[in-house]
Every structure is written in structure tokens, then in C-alpha cells.
Ligand binder design. Structure first.
Ligand code: GLN
Ligand code: ZN
Length: 740
């Protein structure tokens, strides 16, 4: 019978126990011992759940207090000078992740960014030419002992050296590859320590090998893995989120005792490997989708795996395609899903049960010839976005005067990105309503009061274009998921986004349609309270798609098209209700980019079409805004231009307008609002500081096409912070106007 194992289990806990423990500790409500106790409890529970499903060995090291990349960075001892402290102290790691250092509250955290094409964020290692590696696996060794004491066979899991190095940021511009040999040596010592602590297998995660990796990086991979060949442990090299592309033969000949391949993203590659695997080394077949929530077609899988299972015996391991970090923990407790959906779903616990069932079928040689799981039969190219509905009536230069006429705004108008502080009171109101302690009418009254206050505050601040404040939204994607047909939301389907933060991605399970208005009544109320334009505020089709679990039986492009149609109807109704400006946020457009460059043009084509389908139906005098908040635009500026939004607001404060330069150099033709207020920090920027940023912007962009706004939404800030900050922002814009 093939062995089943798991690359990693969600660490957050089915009821987000880790989140509660962390936030309690950070707030000083829990002491370090209690925090440790709760972490140990979660690990124990998760090992038991996995063992019960037949998983053996169980992963160790997939649990993390904040981030598994940061854990490896700590074991390697690579900590920026500003944090001086024992790298293995938990508090040092928290400082690196969240900013501040022992005794100093104002130390900048390490940067954080998205883990490959997922919505998980890791803490970026900071590397310099002078960096030296230590290698102390003590935290992992301790967990190894815990697992053994519980009667499990543990398999330590670490981010592999190549991936760690690839993700590290050389802060002095030095060449990371110069560290390759020293890093290999450090990993060898880590493995040595794990071997001495009784580990037989160690899993090294190398998703970087599934990206476009330059030739010299492959050479480094070969040197590094050669250096790890002789240690006391057997290395299982795990490649997921794709395959090695043209370098697949090179990957398969790396000198490791076992190789894991992603049989969901790279089905053909796994099939080929299964056919020619000689059985001297372990092949781990990642056949259960670790990135989505659908049940697998076990008949089809048993059919695909049967011959190899018979031939390879226990040299064949079965696993999820990637660590289960990206799916919710357990379906148990999801009692309010739409009729018939639950039997189609598998969260982490159910996925492991599927593995067990698959292994049993293979063992019993129940090998039906059937195939044809829920795979798409149409291709992205076949999805039709009707061209005549993707174009505004006139081009931007002809629309702009009409909008100016309609809006009558000063030059460099001031606005915000949409959300205003989600106060404890707003959250309590929503909780009460959901729990039935507050009826619909009372809830609506409360939200309308919030909107009233938001409008009054903004008028008093002197902002030119107002927002209703998004008080009614728990989350910018889930809110829409709850109001569209064909999309389900879960009660507790939490997935870690970063640290203690989790999201509950909706599940797109059927044809999407819009049963009724989503945001229109809130907008109408807000606009009724003021003469100034209030922005209609929507989440874009690509972002809803990207932050949901989606169907696999149709191309993503088709799901995007259906979402865009629904949003287009909402846009039309907002316009009819008097919205002169409608903002369609697409903060996830860039992260949807496929990992392989070759697949990007196709994605960008349908992503742009989806945005245009959602937005292009309005009159030329209606202004379409979009908002994106990330720091790398370079490679998608063409696509962003093609969105043809009248105004785009971007994050720019932290990069001190470097981003804006990129737009200017590209000749971005429409209006732009570079963020001049970094909302990620509680700091209140001075007027002078924002004015300087605006002046910098005015040097590369004509004033007629410039806006003044913060970097992103203000929902995580307090009124005490944003009142003075926005007052300074308005003052800065006025000074700029007076000067030019
Ligand atoms: N309109 C949203 C807000 O202001 C945009 C959030 C985002 O860009 N992630 O919160
Ligand atoms: Zn944003």
C-alpha cells in the first residue's frame, strides 16, 4: 500500500486558536508559557488528526508562530542589525515581523510579500554581502521530540535553501548567489542536527524551482543539493505550484532520496515521472489539490496511479499537491452551506481522508477505468468577452472634459480609497446582527448613522470626493460573495493570510448572477446627505476571483466574465442612482499573474477584458476609478493602461513616488492618484511631507491629471489618526494648487 504523507497542515486552528493566542500574547493578556502551551496543544491536535487519516510520517515545522520562512531565517541566524537579539527568541521573530525592537517601539519591520501566487504573505529575509549563517535547529528539534513523545514518526519540513535564497532581498544590492555555498553548508548543519535528533526524512520545500529560474540559479541548486547528499537524513525535495518546465530532467536528477511533484498543476509531468520512475528513490505524487476546496475524483486518480502503485510499492507516496496552508481546516461545522454543496467540498481534514481512501483503493486494486473529474473542457481562449461592450463610447481625452463639467472639482482633487475606520462599535454591531441580537431594520439604521457621520466628517475635513466608508463590509470580497448567486461563504473556512490575520475566501460553485442591488442603497443614502460627489465603491471581478476558491470545471476567465457581468449591472444601477464616480478596486490584479512568464499575456488579456466589461457600460461623463496597492507595476503597465480607468489610485508613499515615475515614464495617459499618506503606519504625516510628495508628482505629471489621496483604505486606522492626517492632506493639496 502506498504511504501517505502531508506536506503541511494549516497551523491557525479550526477555530483560529493560534490567532487568539497570538493576539492575547501581543496585548499582554497571555504570558509566554501560556502561549507555548496553546501552540503545543494545536500541534498535538493536528498530528492526531493527520495520524487518524493514516498520514505517516507527520510533518513537523509546518506549525509556525508567525511565518515558516521567518522561522528558517531565524534558524539561519540572519537577522537585520536593527533587531539585535537572540534570533531563536520568539519575541525577536515577532519584532522582525511586526516592527519594534526590545525597548524601542519605532523599528521598521522586515518587508512582507506574497508567497508565490498565493494570498499568504511571508517575511522577506534581508541579506547583505556581509551576512553570515549560523545553523541552529533547536526549535525544530524540540518539536520533533514532542511529536515522537506522542507516538508519531516526524518528518521535519523546512523552506529549502534555493527558495530561501531566491526570496531573500539583498538590501545592499549584492548578489545573493554569492551566499550559495555558505548556505548549503548551513543547511547541511541543520540537517545534521535534525538527524542527530532522530529524523529519518527531512522535507525541503522548493517552490522556487517551479518558477522561471535563470540558468545560474539552477547551477547553484545542483551545487547545494550535492552538498546535502551525504548527511544523516534522507532529503525529500518538494516542488509545488508547478513543475520545473524545461529543467524538469535536471530537477529529477538532483541527488535526493525523494522527490515530490505537484500532480494538480503539472499533471502531465507527474504522469511521465510515474511511468519512468525506477523505485530506488521515493516519488511523492501530489494528487489532492492543496489550493482548492473541491473533492477529488478518486476513481480517476486510482486509475491514473494504479500501474505505478503496483510497480513502485512503498517507493510511491501520496500527498496533497502542496502544503495545506492555503485551504480551511475542517468542513465540520459548515452547516449553512447551500443545498448539495457540502458533499462536493474537502477542506484539509477531508483531503487527508481522501488520501487514505485513495491508498486503500490502490491497495485493493479497485481500479475503475473511469476518468474525467471536474476538469475544464473549454479553454480560456474560448471565453468570449463581447468587444462592443468593452469600450467606453469615447477615448479618455474626450471623456475628460465631460467629466470635468459634470464633477466641477478643483485641480488635484482630494479623496480617500474607500474604507474609513472599522471601529470596535461597528464590528460589535455587525456581530450582534449576525447573531440575531439585532434585527435587519436596526442594523440598517445603525449603518446609515455611520454613513451620516462619515459624510459629515469628510465635509468638515474639506475633502472633494467623498466615500460612504464601507462600514457594512466585513471584507471587500466576502461582502460581494455573500450577495451574489453561485457563490457560497463559509461559517469558519479561515485561511491564514499573514501572522494572526486570516481571510474566509468565498467558494464559487455555480453560475454567478446578481439577484439584486449590492451597494446601491448605501450609496444612495450617502449621496443624499451631500452635494459633493460620493464614489460608488465596488470590488473588481479579478480581485473577487483571485481571493475566492473557484470552479475547476471552467476556465478562470469564464468565472471572471460572469463576475464582470454581475458587477456591470451594479455599476449601471449606481450610475442610475446618481453616482458620478464609481471606483472598482483591483488590488489583486497583479498577484493573479501566472508564475511562468509564458502564461502571463493570456491572463492579462482576460483580466483586462473582465475589468472593462464591468466598467465600460457607463456614460462618458461618469468617471471610473480603480485602485491598486502594491509596489511592483513595471511589468504590467501596459495592461493597467488598457484598463482605461479614468483615474487610478496607487500606493506610492512608501516608495516616495518612485512608482509614479514608472507611470510617467510609461506615458500613462489618464489620471492618477499617487498615495501620499502611508496608511500602514499609525504615524500622522505632516502637511510639508505630503506637499513634498505632491510636488515630486507634479514634476512628472501635469496637475490636471493628478489626485491627492492616501495609499489605501483607512479601515485599520482610528479616527484620532486619520482626522489630522487627512486635514494635512487637504491642506497640502490646497497649497499645491495655490503655488501652481
Ligand atoms: N476600497 C477598499 C478600502 O478602502 C480597498 C482595499 C484594498 O485596496 N485592499 O478598504
Ligand atoms: Zn489598497
Amino acid at each position: 500500500m502506498p504511504r501517505i504523507h502531508n506536506l503541511g497542515f494549516p497551523r491557525i486552528g479550526a477555530r483560529r486558536e493560534l490567532k487568539r493566542a497570538l493576539e492575547g500574547y501581543w496585548a499582554g493578556r497571555l504570558d509566554a508559557d501560556e502561549l507555548q502551551r496553546r501552540g503545543a496543544e494545536l500541534r498535538r491536535r493536528h498530528w492526531r488528526q493527520q495520524a487518524a487519516a493514516g498520514v505517516d510520517p507527520v510533518p513537523v515545522g509546518d506549525f509556525s508562530w508567525y511565518d515558516h520562512v521567518l522561522d528558517v531565517t531565524a534558524m539561519l541566524g540572519v537577522i537585520p542589525e536593527r533587531f539585535a537579539g537572540n534570533p531563536l527568541d520568539l519575541d525577536t521573530r515577532f519584532h522582525m515581523a511586526r516592527g519594534r525592537a526590545a525597548g524601542r517601539p519605532d523599528v521598521a519591520p522586515c518587508p512582507m510579500t506574497k508567497w508565490f501566487d498565493t494570498n499568504y504573505h511571508y517575511i522577506v529575509p534581508e541579506l547583505e554581502a556581509a551576512s553570515r549563517f549560523r545553523a541552529d535547529p533547536a526549535p525544530l528539534v524540540a518539536e520533533l521530540a514532542e511529536a515522537r513523545a506522542e507516538g508519531h514518526t516526524p518528518k521535519p519540513v523546512l523552506v529549502g535553501p534555493l527558495t530561501w535564497l531566491r526570496l531573500a532581498r539583498p538590501i545592499d544590492g549584492s548578489d545573493p548567489l554569492a551566499h550559495a555555498d555558505a548556505l548549503a553548508e548551513a543547511y547541511a548543519r541543520l540537517l545534521q542536527g535534525l538527524g542527530e535528533a532522530g529524523a529519518d526524512w527531512v522535507q525541503l520545500d522548493e517552490p522556487a524551482l517551479a518558477t522561471d529560474l535563470p540558468q545560474d540559479w539552477w547551477a547553484a541548486a545542483e551545487r547545494i543539493y550535492d552538498a546535502l547528499r551525504t548527511g544523516p537524513v534522507r532529503v525529500l525535495l518538494a516542488v509545488y505550484f508547478g513543475d520545473a518546465g524545461p529543467w524538469q530532467p535536471r530537477l529529477e536528477s538532483l541527488p535526493v532520496a525523494g522527490l515530490h511533484l505537484d500532480g494538480v498543476r503539472a499533471t502531465e509531468t507527474l504522469a511521465t515521472a510515474l511511468e519512468r520512475w525506477d523505485g530506488e528513490r521515493v516519488l511523492s505524487a501530489g494528487v489532492i489539490d492543496g489550493r482548492n476546496v473541491w473533492r477529488s475524483d478518486l476513481d480517476a486518480l486510482a486509475g491514473r496511479l494504479g500501474p505505478a502503485a503496483r510497480r513502485l510499492g512503498d517507493a510511491l507516496w501520496l500527498a496533497p499537491s502542496c502544503p495545506l496552508l492555503h485551504v480551511p481546516v475542517d468542513l465540520e461545522g459548515e452547516t449553512r452551506l447551500p443545498e448539495g454543496l457540502r458533499p462536493r467540498l474537502a477542506f484539509a481534514v477531508q483531503k487527508l481522508d481522501e488520501l487514505g481512501e485513495l491508498a486503500r483503493r490502490l491497495d485493493a486494486a479497485e481500479l475503475p477505468a473511469s476518468a474525467g473529474g471536474a476538469t475544464a473542457t473549454t479553454r480560456a481562449e474560448d471565453v468570449v468577452f463581447p468587444p462592443e461592450r468593452l469600450r467606453r463610447r469615447r477615448p479618455y481625452p474626450e471623456r475628460a472634459p465631460r467629466q470635468r463639467e459634470h464633477l466641477r472639482l478643483p485641480r488635484v482633487p482630494t479623496t480617500t480609497i474607500g474604507s474609513l475606520p472599522q471601529t470596535a462599535e461597528i464590528r460589535r454591531t455587525r456581530r450582534d446582527w449576525r447573531a440575531g441580537r439585532l434585527d435587519d431594520a436596526a442594523y440598517e439604521t445603525r449603518m446609515r448613522e455611520e454613513i451620516g457621520q462619515a459624510i459629515a466628517e469628510q465635509e468638515a475635513l474639506g475633502l472633494d470626493v467623498l466615500v460612504h466608508g464601507e462600514a457594512e463590509r466585513n471584507d471587500m470580497v466576502e461582502y460581494f460573495g455573500e450577495r451574489l448567486e453561485g457563490i457560497a461563504t463559509t461559517a469558519g473556512g479561515w485561511v491564514q493570510s499573514y501572522g494572526s490575520r486570516c481571510v474566509k475566501p468565498p467558494i464559487v460553485h455555480g453560475a454567478i448572477s446578481r439577484p439584486g442591488p449590492i451597494t446601491v442603497p448605501w450609496f444612495r443614502h450617502a449621496q443624499s446627505l451631500t452635494e459633493r460627489p460620493v464614489k460608488g465603491m465596488l470590488t473588481g471581478p479579478v480581485t473577487i476571483l483571485q481571493w475566492s476558491f473557484v470552479r475547476t470545471d471552467q476556465p478562470r476567465a469564464e468565472t471572471a466574465r460572469q463576475l464582470a457581468e454581475a458587477l456591470r449591472a451594479e455599476v449601471a444601477e449606481l450610475e442610475a442612482a446618481g453616482a458620478r464616480i464609481i471606483q472598482i478596486d483591483e488590488p489583486a490584479l497583479r498577484e493573479g499573474l501566472p508564475l511562468r512568464a509564458a502564461e502571463r499575456p493570456d491572463y492579462l488579456r482576460w483580466a483586462v477584458d473582465a475589468f472593462r466589461l464591468a466598467s465600460a457600460g457607463v456614460d462618458d461623463s461618469t468617471q471610473i476609478h480603480t485602485h491598486m496597492c502594491y509596489s511592483e507595476f513595471g511589468d504590467i503597465l501596459d495592461a493597467i493602461t488598457e484598463l482605461d480607468a479614468d483615474v487610478i489610485t496607487i500606493e506610492a508613499a512608501r516608495s516616495r513616488m518612485a512608482l509614479l515615475d514608472a507611470f510617467a515614464e510609461h506615458g500613462y495617459p489618464n489620471e492618477i492618484g499617487p498615495g501620499i499618506y502611508d496608511i500602514h503606519s499609525p504615524r500622522v504625516p505632516e502637511q510639508q511631507e505630503m506637499l513634498a510628495l505632491l510636488e515630486a508628482a507634479a514634476r512628472v505629471f501635469p496637475l490636471e491629471r493628478l489626485w491627492a489621496n492616501p495609499d489605501c483604505g483607512l479601515k485599520t486606522r482610528s479616527w484620532a489618526e486619520i482626522r489630522p492626517a487627512l486635514a494635512n492632506l487637504v491642506a497640502a493639496a490646497r497649497t499645491l494648487r495655490a503655488r501652481h
